[in-house]
Design a protein around this ligand. Structure first.
Ligand code: HEM
Length: 509
């Protein structure tokens, strides 16, 4: 009886201590005189995300609108005080001039040894990150991009073939589905020199895992936020954010890819040969890497490219279907540059300036970076940073930048709801607050590959088809609240129709 009473007493004591801790934590911003949304006791300001009531972009945007005139506000990621920076000068300063205070991303995923993303450049910190970034950036040199252009053109023909089968029947195209095949194939060849069009099994597995990465089981949202709030506790418990299946597959896959290179020459340097080199020798003074980091790179460079390119491509096609005048202007540019060819050389890519503006305008309205997921557009303070006499950001505090809200703010982008690619045509006019690929030295490493991939696929499509809207997609598009990496992923599949153009009419359309 006594033991039961002691156990109940101990539990009550723990509950009381936890409550006192939460109440104390939730006074942080009030004590510092910084405004922000009112937290609830347990979930802080994250309740609507857990219950999938809203997407992360809209959650942050509601606060941005509510506290519009504030340079920054404080909210609680569960019980962890987090700073949302809204002032444009401060956003620039923290990401660029004073980047040294904010070099790292918060660890909000994969603290366990079995989380591939934990051992990748995404989560590397400080000097190690700087060195690895320098090494991995060689994958995106102009010479490599020229080589990737050939791969992208090759698989582009299959993409056109798939579109043909729908357009011949005048059917609605589930574009995301078709584009997914294209991005999985191109990315696997670019990074691993693996032709997945010849291996249905590996293709299906990679497609399935990229979806799992983007939209993991429900409890993952909860884990992500808990990780950010209590990284040490989760590390101690050895919990992984993602299902074990992802790690198991990629560790076996990485071993196979590296082994297949022993002595075999695939005729090109790719991510696999770079990882094999890093396993064998010290590069830029960094230690030789083991299996965990190898898996991290092999996994991340695949996963980071798939869903981002896929969502961007789908949104651009969708926007073009709704804006025939933009489409016509774009087609004129593409026809002029390609002169009737389907092959889009790297030099042609460089000439398609309006197409680049169309991509930028789409990414302004639908920036992909999620705040919760891989922690993108989010930094951790690594050296205390004095904002003003009243507040110094302490070491370890997470800082968030509301890219979507800034992109849709009429003060920075007039008529933000309107699709106007021309706003980017004069580089002087394009705002320094445009940040779909992030900001500062930690910006997206794959940005040039992203542009080249999108430009080649779009130029091929636009020169062969007229893209038409269908009544079956709602607008404005609703974002999927369950998506953890691509915060603007559409909830509903975006559909379009495409009508084949006559080659002979290219010059006069
Ligand atoms: C439309 C396509 C893409 C978009 C919109 C996009 C967006 C982003 C954003 C917003 C970030 C975070 C930047 C920051 O924190 O400041 C990021 C980081 C990153 N992206 Fe991309 N990305 C795209 C394509 C790619 C591709 C194709 C790859 C690689 C093949 C890639 C690899 C990465 C990596 C490795 C990082 C982490 C970089 C670091 O921490 O140093 N991304 N991306």
């Amino acid at each position: 009886m006594l033991t039961v009473i002691s156990a109940v007493g101990a539990i009550c004591l723990i509950v009381v201590l936890v409550l006192i801790y939460l109440i104390k934590q939730h006074r942080y911003w009030r004590n510092h005189g910084i405004p922000g949304p009112k937290p609830t006791l347990v979930l802080g300001n994250m309740g609507d995300l857990y219950y999938h009531k809203t997407s992360e972009l809209h959650l942050i945007d509601n606060w941005y609108q509510e506290f519009k005139n504030e340079p920054y506000i404080g909210y609680y990621n569960l019980w962890k005080p987090t700073l949302l920076v809204m002032d444009p000068q401060l956003i620039k300063a923290l990401n660029e001039v004073d980047f040294d205070h904010f070099t790292d991303r918060p660890i909000n995923c994969g603290n366990s040894n079995n989380d591939a993303i934990m051992h990748s450049i995404f989560n590397m910190r400080g000097t190690l990150w700087k060195l690895k970034r320098q090494i991995l950036a060689t994958l995106f040199s102009p010479k490599k991009l020229k080589e990737y252009s050939e791969v992208l053109n090759h698989y582009g023909s299959s993409l056109l073939g798939e579109i043909d089968s729908y357009s011949e029947r005048c059917e609605e195209i589930p574009f995301e589905q078709i584009a997914k095949r294209h991005v999985v194939r191109t990315q696997s060849f670019i990074m691993y020199s693996l032709d997945t069009s010849q291996d249905e099994e590996i293709f299906s597995k990679l497609s399935h895992l990229s979806e799992l990465f983007e939209r993991p089981p429900t409890n993952t949202t909860l884990k992500f936020t808990f990780f950010t709030a209590a990284p040490r506790l989760f590390k101690f418990l050895g919990v992984s954010t993602y299902p074990r299946e992802l790690w198991d597959f990629f560790s076996k896959f990485t071993k196979q890819l590296i082994e297949s290179r022993n002595g075999a020459n695939v005729g090109r340097d790719d991510l696999v040969s770079l990882v094999a080199q890093l396993q064998k020798e010290e590069v830029l003074g960094t230690d030789r890497i083991g299996l965990r980091e190898s898996v991290g790179h092999i996994f991340t460079f695949f996963a980071a490219g798939i869903n981002s390119n896929l969502t961007a491509l789908t949104y651009i096609i969708f926007q073009l279907s709704r804006h025939p005048k933009v489409q016509e202007k774009l087609r004129n540019e593409v026809d002029n540059v390609l002169s009737g060819n389907d092959y889009v050389s790297y030099d042609s890519v460089m000439k398609m300036k309006y197409l680049e503006d169309v991509i930028k305008e789409t990414l302004r309205m639908f920036p992909l970076g999620g705040i919760l997921g891989a922690g993108i557009l989010k930094r951790t303070c690594t050296i205390p940073y004095k904002i003003n006499e009243k507040f110094t950001i302490p070491k370890g505090m997470d800082v968030v930048f509301p890219s979507y809200s800034v992109h849709m703010d009429p003060n920075y982008f007039p008529a933000p709801e309107e699709f106007i690619p021309e706003r980017f045509s004069d580089s002087a006019k394009s705002s320094p607050l445009f940040m779909p690929f992030g900001k500062g030295p930690r910006t997206c490493i794959g940005i040039r590959l992203a542009y080249v991939s999108l430009i080649i696929a779009l130029a091929q499509i636009i020169s062969n088809y007229t893209i038409l809207p269908t009544p079956n997609t709602d607008f404005p598009v609703k974002f999927d609240p369950r998506s953890v990496i691509i915060a603007s992923r559409p909830l509903q599949r975006l559909k379009v129709k495409m009508q084949k153009r006559q080659k002979s009419s290219f010059s006069n359309q």
